[in-house]
Design a binder for this molecule. Structure first.
Ligand code: MG
Length: 266
């Protein structure tokens, strides 16, 4: 897919890679917890894993492989990726996600290219972005299907796990490098935002500038720490450097910023 690049007067950063879940909205929304419960249910119901082992195994695989799904595949469990995603996301409390006009205006006012980089599948990503009313704030979405699609020849060299049960996902360095390649950006000109320490570590290892969300505690691999994405302008004013938009009359100008329809990058 051709990636539309917007003109940009700020030369320091050209592209912003955003994690989605627990980054664009707070963890307190409950999506994460509900998702984990559904994964545990799937492990019990369809993979027939011992009930007493499921919770710890779910967590251990998440920690070791980036997602529990990736861990299950690595252990040799066989199931359809789409069916797994459909089951896990079918009853999530999406109604907890409300339109976020503050974040919307912030995103639209940033002159850089903005792309979602998530381990989630495209249906979940679309649902979340629609609920937050942020669908048109991003140039594209790099998601599960982008990194794990067998018929994506441009990624063949990067997606070494395709077809043999291995899932490519954050926090693997290969996944991050693949995202950089798909976004067609230079890591040194790109900022990566994520709420996961491991993902941030991987982003830094790939040469990205990094911002960890959901905490005010800086970690060694993060260039900035930000409790809430709503404070991004105070924490990173350099993102708006070179912009002619005045802070005072920003909202009106913001809404007129050129945007393109969000689509899954492949
Ligand atoms: Mg996250």
């Amino acid at each position: 897919m051709d990636v539309v690049k917007m003109s940009n007067r700020s030369s320091k950063y050209e592209c912003l890679l955003f994690d989605m879940d627990d980054t664009l909205y707070p963890r307190s929304c409950g999506i994460n917890l509900a998702c984990r419960k559904k994964i545990e249910e799937f492990m019990l119901k369809y993979l027939h894993i011992d009930e007493n082992e499921v919770p710890q195994m779910c967590l251990d695989l998440y920690m070791e492989y980036g997602t529990t799904m990736a861990g299950l595949k690595a252990l040799g469990y066989e199931f359809d990726n789409d069916e797994f995603h459909a089951y896990v996301h079918a009853t999530l409390p999406y109604e907890a996600l409300k339109p976020d006009p503050i974040l919307r205006n912030l995103l639209l006012s940033m002159p850089q290219r903005k792309i979602i980089f998530t381990n989630a599948d495209k249906a979940h990503a679309a649902q979340v972005l629609q609920r937050l009313d942020l669908e048109d704030c991003f140039e594209g979405v790099i998601c599960f299907e982008t990194l794990n699609n067998n018929n994506n020849p441009s990624l063949e060299s990067k997606c070494k796990g395709n077809g043999n049960g291995t899932i490519l996902c954050k926090p693997s360095i290969e996944a991050t490098q693949a995202a950089i390649k798909i976004a067609d950006t230079h890591p040194n000109k790109t900022i990566f935002f994520d709420d996961s320490v491991r993902n941030i570590e991987s982003g830094k290892a790939a040469g990205l500038h990094t911002v960890i969300f959901g905490t005010s505690e800086l970690i060694p691999e993060a260039d900035h720490a930000l409790g809430s994405i709503h404070n991004i302008k105070e924490a990173l004013p350099e993102l708006w450097e070179g912009e002619e938009v005045d802070d005072d009359d920003q909202p009106e100008q913001v809404m007129e910023a050129p945007v393109v329809e969000t689509m899954v990058l492949a």
